[in-house]
Ligand binder design. Sequence first.
Ligand code: FAD
Length: 489
Amino acid sequence: MKRREFCRTSLAASVAAAYPFMINAAFAQSNVAAISLDGTEIELEQAAVTELAERMEGALLMQGDMQYNSARMIWNGMWDKYPALIARCANVEDVQHSVTFAAERNLLLAVRGGGHSWPGKSVCDGGLMIDLADMHTVTVDPVKRRAYAQGGALLNGLDMASLQHGLVTTAGVVSHTGVGGFTLGGGFGRLNRKYGLAVDNLVSVQLVTADGKVRTVNAEQHPDLFWAVRGGGGNFGVATQFEYQLHPFDRNVLSGTITWPLEQAREVLNFYAGWYAGLSDDLYVGPAMMTLPEVGSVVAMEVVYAGDPAAGEKELAPLRAIGTPIEDGVKVQDYMVMQTQEDAMLAHGVRSYAKNGMAKVVTPALVNAMVESFVANPNLMFFTHTSGGAVSRVPELATAFPHRNAETMIAVAGVWTDPDMDDELIATAREWFKQLEPFTGGYYSNIDFDGANSGGKNYGPAYPRLSEIKGQYDPGNLFRLNRNILPAS
Ligand SMILES: Cc1cc2nc3c(=O)[nH]c(=O)nc-3n(C[C@H](O)[C@H](O)[C@H](O)COP(=O)(O)OP(=O)(O)OC[C@H]3O[C@@H](n4cnc5c(N)ncnc54)[C@H](O)[C@@H]3O)c2cc1C
């Protein structure tokens, strides 16, 4: 990935080297080289940078600052970008100052929640990166059954704070993912069939819009924006707080993973294809094909039964009768075992590609395409989210997430550490996707490395209204580092 150097003065650099603990952008000694929204080179006045640093409660970082390098790294190790400034916001006012600073100067702006963006949209070369990592608090009101998560909170924080009160909402499958991007794009998880997507549980959002204003966005206040942020990603502003509906939940759930040898993949996946449509909302299954260290290539099925375990055992019995599993790990256990089991394998810094398609039906021909791709190159993987249930009962355009009638999200993905494998694995994954795409009808915007502005494919029939709302609240497209929606003029 292209690397661009943005130098500060030699005096500041010497001070940074000698006293790294003392440095932040308040020490800027001269103008700072930066990149504008349209990609041209600009200079940020030293006095203005210093003023922003002084106004902020959190730190404003530049190259040479002690925390700069760790702050600019995001989850996908393929992205190696150098923002001109990183605003480590401590509160909503810091976010307002940062947004205003960028808007007034037409400065390229990135917003980082949990940093899990596959296409690296939460960091940029030469712009201002608003980093919400220090705004990660989650509080719960057990009486109202509500969780309040700051914009930089992680799913682990949301799950843990809620479960302490015997409550839960839909969170994704890797606990170091940020609530920010996850929720704004839709939010699949192991409870989505029972409780819907993350956006279906969203009650209210506190949003800093491109004009620097803080808006409370919910069904009564700014209902147009509330519609748009439930699927439209980070296009409409910086979400500084999310309020979620919670549900009573016994964290000891029938859950785990069943794995079969790869040779049984067709049998297992064809069974899934004919089975999932009749499942109860309580039962979530997620088929995958992957290669596990010391086990080899497998077809696997993640299971969570969010109800009475005895009823779950009964509903699961037909799946357990398929083929001869290598391992059946489904048992009554703490929900957080499942919610964290992939955290280490998918740790920060891995290199990764992913792309997905939303499938209305899983046909034998689709199963065949998946199995043939995987057998040819088991260095990559397929994973899925089974939708349906509560997700499909929300009308298509009730929120900006339009894939309500797709029953399964199917992703091709790869995770590796050797940069020399980048080109080959990305090319292979794209080839896999070509085989898969004819069976799908659009993309889930959150799981897509390629990052092209394929608005129609991501947002489907929601796109025209999204574009209108974008034109109203962000006519200059300040928030463009996302699955971008172009403002209607
Ligand atoms: C390992 C892994 C597991 C995943 N599992 C799931 C899953 O189970 N279900 C699922 O649905 N998705 C899943 N995803 C996809 C995930 O939802 C997206 O990658 C999501 O964008 C991550 O959000 P983030 O805040 O961590 O990312 P970031 O990189 O911080 O941001 C992603 C995008 O959202 C914007 N953004 C982030 N926070 C805010 C905010 N507070 N306000 C405004 N804009 C913001 C950013 O500007 C950027 O455009 C997974 C991704 C990874 C890498």
